[in-house]
Design a binder for this molecule. Sequence first.
Ligand code: NAD
Length: 491
Amino acid sequence: MKLSNFINGEWQEGEATYTAVLNPANGEQLAEVRMSTKEDVDTAVKAAVNAQKKWALVPAPKRADYLYEIGRLMKERKEHLAQVLTKEMGKVIEEGRGEVQEGIDMAFYMAGEGRRLFGETTPSELADKFAMSVRAPIGVVGLITPWNFPVAIATWKSFPAIVAGNAFIWKPATETPMMAYEMAKIFQEVGLPPGVANVVFGSGSEVGTAMIEHEDVKVISFTGSTDTGSKVAELGGKHLKKVSLEMGGKNAVIVMEDADLNLAVEGILWSAFGTAGQRCTACSRVIVHKDVKKELETMLLERMEKLTIGDGMDESVKVGPVINKNALEKIHSYVQIGKEEGANLVVGGEILDNGDLAKGNYYAPTLFSNVKPDMRIAQEEIFGPVVSLIEVDSLEEAIEVNNGVKFGLSSSIFSRDVNKIFRAQRDLDTGIVYVNAGTTGAEIHLPFGGTKGTGNGHRDSGVAALDVYTEWKSIYIDYSGKLQRAQIDTE
Ligand code: NAD
């Protein structure tokens, strides 16, 4: 199967270079994807500019009707979409289904915004004058997404963009184009006006750069690593783009001495090894009170040894492959760094290549203990199934360790003490805080994003996402029949 771009409601034809899409579970080729050029981006932007002018005039509740249809089709095809997702990305099928569900939820939630998109009305300081603010669409927006959530993140961005009256160009990650292809088919089937939704496949350096540099793309919404995000911001700044960035994390679970340890272990396993540790919200540090450190370590080890590893299409598997060989090497190099830094490797720390596992990219769930907060394995994003135990003496120290990294996406605390919990939720410097749950599990109607090196102040998801895709317009209507001057004619 050859995946080509979806531009102006059609599948782009013509000569192009294609690259293979591989299944990370077994190395099989699933498809070939077009590696587009700057000219392809120009074609897509031109179509989007034309379409957006008319789209902005369609009443928002009518724009929302397309989202209801998109949600309905996604629901009808949920199992098929989940299987495509698991094959191209590797996450276990249960999580694949969960991610598709997130997209469905987002479709219905944002469709509801078609009848809200609330602005404000407020009294004027002058008599016989009316004042209000409304959300106005911005134009053509560029969406750049990572491979670890091939569909959910795109729905967080594209659905608010279109309900607000924008057109979009979506560049998915090269590793995971198949979900974008499936979504483009849905956009076509629901009859979205040609040019409102466009998918352009290809590399970040060629397609991503062309989108950022294009004068008719007014907003860039990016999710990916902090290194890439910083380049996107730099180039976007030069071209005066509105740039929304969602980037890396180094998320921690805090386990206090009064915690329900069984519950904490469940939360850690799910957050650290789900999606093979490749969630932006993955738990990669466990900050544990010294009184329960030994017990927690033993309990974790016992449960980690029972985790089933393999192809995510097998319903019994809990930990799937990582995305590619480069990721395997990166994870393994961090394990070497951890050992050299003097951390204690409790379990794991190896590339798995027995039998069928040799065909895919599998890394053993790995636990380090005696990790110090300033070690590189406790500071840098590893993005694999590797977790570090850091011992602390108090809640204050736990919060300091949690906050002592350059990222600020998600954090969690396990405790039964309401005073500790309230202090922690106030002082943890992350965009998302969980109490008595792991570091993952965001719901789509709340803002999603992080502080410090994780973001630049914008949010995906929730009603906050609308701020990325709209401009505030303030409107004053004077019905006094005379010239009234604000701040001057106030007597
Ligand atoms: P990445 O930064 O390598 O790539 C992300 C996207 O940017 C891809 O589509 C890629 O092709 C594109 N890109 C690469 N170079 C570019 C350039 N110079 N200009 C424009 N676009 C460019 O990230 P990845 O490996 O795909 O994803 C993993 C990262 O994403 C992790 O760091 C993870 O924490 C982060 N992430 C963050 C969130 C969040 O919401 N905070 C969510 C998911 C993933």
